[in-house]
Write a protein that binds this ligand. Sequence first.
Ligand code: 6PG
Length: 242
Amino acid sequence: MSSRPNVIVVADAAALAEAAAQRLVARVTQGDRAAVCLTGGSSPQRLYRLLAQEPWQSKVPWPRLHWFMGDDRFVPQSDALSNMGAARGLFLDRVPAPRQNLHPIPTELADPDLAARAYESDLKSFYGADRLDPARPLFDLVLMGLGNDGHTASLFPRAAALDENARWVVGVAKAGMEPYVPRVTLTFPALASSREMLFLVEGAEKRNILTRVLAGEELPAARARCDGELIWLVDRAAAPEN
Ligand code: 6PG
């Protein structure tokens, strides 16, 4: 399990999206199927747009890929706040991704906890077992973002979900940051079950929180682990000075 931060600094947001696309393609082009766990927020948007454009669209083996979401807001996919709705609008609906390979968190269910339980059983049936084996990760690539308060996915500072070790997915009744809608989030053990975890962090407004996270302060994102490689891909504006 890797926990020592491996930080890659690139020039700017455009270079960050290119580097992320390259890493994604490298991770998903082996094996007979591959699974990518996406993230919401603004940081991955440029990457998502790039994947729908050439030359990247032709480099991605769409029929073999499955797309999951690390967390989502408890709103319909048609809502502007929906992470899966955003990913579909930016790329998944613009590429030859089979509809049955999209695995949205079922936010149409009655409440976040029911949606979490349903998503956990989807993940378990995709994985083919109820227990995660570090030698056989659930995902090939997990994308992560970093919030200004140090949260990642919908794992907010001081939330009970941070310490969840048994469940793969939990409901979050109260978000710690805008937008203040309930969330559903994968837990650290489920997110860790990947060949690679790739944080995408860009912009000067992230520099302070990124410096604190990389220094190992007690913040959610600093607790992220990965069974495979854990990489922080950051642009120069966000990179800590040293
Ligand atoms: C969400 C995200 C969240 C996000 C961070 C960073 O649902 O809001 O999954 O964890 O990654 O808040 O967001 P930005 O990239 O917009 O700063």
